[in-house]
Design a protein around this ligand. Structure first.
Ligand code: CIR
Length: 261
């Protein structure tokens, strides 16, 4: 087991939001984001990663893929290798091939998810030891099987979770705080998937705060969740608050907008 491999990082890959981001996928309708405000919030997000010690590789926008700003769904980066995934939404299929050159520029080993299963990176939570993979509307059993086999070769124990139908991605409702601690909604934690971890529950009414990013010493938390901010600070975490109101309009949060390794 490599202590800290879940949150001690050097690099982040991000992709600029396109103007077409206004057409991003969303469950249940809702207003379009503003491309201009999205760009501003994305800039603040990249600045926060840099302030956390990241060298950020910023990729150009892809107008033909409205959701391509959410790079987390098309690849998974480990310490030793990157894996090109197969996102489950038809409008996002093409994003995988387009992230590959960036991965090749950073990793000597770039693998493709074998088989024909689907898997979105938003459904994968890596701790130092475990790889939690949620089955969802985007990630199926074949995708799980393929990724589980690869991750086992890198020393992870794959754990399959049936994500609640109400959740887009597994990590919509949880995030890693440190090697042994998970921030989770009660809804998700009640499944019992985090039994070997300390779990800090999102305060009532602040379930939307669960999608966090731990990058080195900082925990990035979305703006608008004061109780979560105070709770995490009381546990000694170094909280950095980021406005994600525009990505939230198309079901995006903090983890989705970067690959971290
Ligand atoms: C989608 O539905 O694919 C995007 N609008 C949101 C993706 C969010 N990604 C993530 O949580 N990893």
């Amino acid at each position: 087991m490599l202590v800290g491999r879940s949150h001690k990082f050097k690099t982040a890959i991000t992709r600029l939001p396109s103007i077409s981001v206004v057409q991003g996928l969303r469950d249940g309708g809702g207003p379009d984001p503003s491309a201009e405000n999205f760009m501003q919030q994305h800039g603040a997000y990249v600045a926060a990663l840099k302030a956390s010690g990241a060298r950020v590789l910023e990729l150009p926008a892809l107008e033909e893929f409205p959701d391509s700003v959410f790079v987390e769904d098309s690849a998974l980066c480990l310490k030793e290798a990157a894996i090109v995934l197969r996102p489950g939404a038809p409008s996002r299929f093409g994003e995988a091939a387009l992230i590959r050159p960036a991965l090749e520029s950073q990793f000597s080993k770039v693998l493709d998810l074998p088989g024909d299963g689907f898997l979105d990176g938003g459904d994968v939570l890596l701790s130092d030891e475990d790889a939690f993979i949620g089955l969802s509307a985007r990630t199926n059993q074949a995708g799980f099987d393929a990724l589980a086999t690869i991750l086992a070769t890198f020393g992870y124990s794959p754990v399959k979770i049936e994500t609640l139908a109400s959740i887009l991605h597994f990590k919509t409702e949880c995030g890693l705080l440190d090697s042994k601690t998970i921030f989770s909604t009660e809804n998700l934690a009640s499944i019992g998937c985090f039994e070997n971890y300390q779990v800090i529950l999102t305060p009532e009414g602040e379930e939307g705060a669960a999608n966090i990013v731990r990058f080195n010493d900082n925990v990035l938390v979305s703006q608008g969740y004061p109780k979560s901010e105070a709770l995490l600070k009381s546990h000694g975490y170094n909280v950095v608050v980021i406005d994600t109101s525009e990505p939230a309009k198309i079901d995006g949060g903090l983890s989705c907008m970067s690959l971290r390794f």
